[in-house]
Design a protein around this ligand. Sequence first.
Ligand code: HT7
Ligand code: ZN
Length: 879
Amino acid sequence: APTIRRTDYQPLAWTVEAVDLYFTLDATATVVRNRMRCRRQGTGPLVLMAEGLERLSLTIDGAPAETVRETDTGLEIDLPDDADEAVVEVVTRCDPSANTELSGLYHSGGGLYTQCEAEGFRRITAYPDRPDVMARFTVTLEADKAAFPVLLSNGNLVDSGDLADGRHFAKWDDPFLKPSYLFALVAADLVVLERRETTRSGREVLLQVWVEDGNLDRAGHAMDSLVHSMRWDEATFGLELDLDRYMIVAVSDFNMGAMENKGLNLFNAKFVLAKPETATDVDYEHIESVVAHEYFHNWTGNRVTCRDWFQLTLKEGLTVFRDQQFSADMLAAAGGESARAVKRIEDVRVLRTAQFPEDAGPMAHPIRPDEYQAIDNFYTATVYEKGAEVIRMLHTLLGAEGFRNGMDLYFSYHDGQAVTCDDFVEAMSEANGVDLDQFMRWYSQRGTPRLRAEGRFDAAARQYTLTLTQVRPDGDAPLHIPVALGLIGPKGADLPLTLAGEAVGTVTTRLVELKDTTTTLVFEGIDAEPVPSLLRGFSAPVILELEEDDRRLAFRMAHDSDPFNRWDAAQRYMLRVILAMSADAAKGELPQVPEPFMSAFGALLHNEKLDPAYRAVALTLPAEAYLLEQMSPADPVALRRALIVLMRHLGERLADSWLGLDTRLAVAGDYRYHPADAGRRALRSLGLRYLCAAGVSQGVERALARATGESHMTDRFGALAALVNSPASAEAAIALADFERRFAKDALVMDKWFAIQAGAWRWIDSAQPALARIEALMGHPAFSLSNPNKIYALFGAYFRANPAEFHRADGAGYRFWADRIRDLNGRNPQVASRMARVLENWRRLTPALQSAAQAQIKALLADKALSADVREVLEKALG
Ligand code: HT7
Ligand code: ZN
């Protein structure tokens, strides 16, 4: 596939001002009549993209088109040189039931749905399918009424009625200009949950959540989340819902999480449906944030959109930041500031687990990439999560009010336009009167920058000197980095921070703006050597390099007043212990758990002043993917051995504490989604994890009772996970069978059942390897290769969440991976390429694993039928 470059951007010669679509819908043969009012804006032909369409007719201003050229991407039509306007009508046919890629118009569960971002609209009709073409859409849907009783599209319903032969129609008009990637339609047999709300300015709006029959009792949380999102965006950014009607539709087959089509959001059903018996606290949290994310796109993405796909982080980084802030505010409102800190910790955990490895591997790219072959490969953790961190830094530097002023200016300049990341940062800069030119470098740097810190205490001068040095993986130009920092005194209290030359201050956390490669800070009036607490709240997406011995880490675990850094100290200590234990395991020695670490861990566990939710995150070991990233070479089997020993030790030695806390923190009454309750549940489930890991009989008994009794999904699944990841294989088998019996007919819940088995750790060498189990599960009646959720649950969990079993010494895991990629490539290249990415960092593995992985990647690349999506990923992986 050709490489597309950011610097090659050119406006199109012809744009579309208004488009009128008429769909004659049918599962196997849908005909689309597309009438476009086109306007000249430069020299050259009218360019229409089209993919896999059968063209039935094409007219220009009512006459058959003559000068039409077929190109690799669609059509080019020469229009008279003196024409400024033309009405182009194209009629095409497509087959939704053959669309296994789930891009364009596709068939799922008896209904018809669309997914147009990034380039799916061209699979529906011939069109200048680029985000800088913003048009007014009117859409008529016509279909068999019995098969497709509900007909939805963007905007307002302006007409509907019955037609002959049992058919009916609905006409929709979207009053806002939009790019084609925001187009959507739904034709299906669905039921609706409705609510009417009044916006801040007094307009009445209709909110709808559409689901399959039988799921209405699971739609309430999505609706509540939508209302909360509306209120938050009004209060925080003064942004109101601009439409009379806002719809969310749940779809079972969906490649990603959800899609922000104007007024008609399509959602992967797993991010809509929840009731206590089927969804965990984590599911509830995800639904709230995904609903919010899509809703917030209505302004950051839809009203102001991207000029080209290189600008993707303009809408995604900003919208992730907005959804993170929303969730943090919601959690803090219900659960206090500690709940906000837990949210920040979870977000950084995702960044470190998913984005840091990406930024250190062959797919590394700036948040605004410079080139791509398949844009679908660039919906990445870098564009989304690192992009959100870049926006967060702006928020930190400008303050909430300055940031809000920048947002206001951005909308006042660019509402209704397709713009660039520069436009956004310029609005922030102008609104605040600050120069952000250096800050802009964050948009073009790749790789995670490192921040090296060194402290020196001078007792005689009562000074503490901190030297901070930026180490950048690409290039010399220093970045603009906000660093929040504090100094902790010997008794554990924060010290007031006074820089040389300043009047004595009282502030204990300061924000320092690094603009040079090296910055030296001299703090005065320091009587004893302090312990620095740097990058508080994770104020910048960098790797902090600071020499800290075990004693210091334990001290910060006990005293750091910044909850993020306190958690981070625990993570660093765990990392150090686990790496040492893994090194022992790799040498064939029995890994030992150091006693001082046990004391520091125990102190956190027993600290009743800390919220359960906080203790749950603080006592959770770093993710395996993150740990592997820190290992050199990455040896997944040695790491797993170390983790098993550590978990067993923590379970055994602290058994009484875990059991006591399990009793004390039980939540009485009916399930409610609330951070305080969720925190207690999380800590209890974590306790079961450790207890079962150690085979503590009371723990196993409790887990079995909870996994098989009358419980809600959070407790049930927490207990099931504890059993499955433990030596208690007999109890795990009973719990798995019970779960399957209860939920065999519930596709979303069965995804959990598949995933937990695919990701299961093997505690006893004689136990069945994960791969054998997965191969057997592929034949399960609830499994389907055409449903992305099932692929992610069974294969994704194996490849990503079970490194020790996937990276098997005999290479069987890699052979299985290659077979799956080959098969998925033909069905759904987007999903195939996401799965292909799991081996991109193969060069970090041990030499034996490297050669086994490389052989499979090479074999795959020899396949001529490989899609552009998968090819791009594998070619980059091979380098
Ligand atoms: N903006 C949406 C992206 C998306 C997507 C991209 C490629 C292929 C399929 C897709 N489904 C949704 C999701 C979001 O960020 O809100
Ligand atoms: Zn998004």
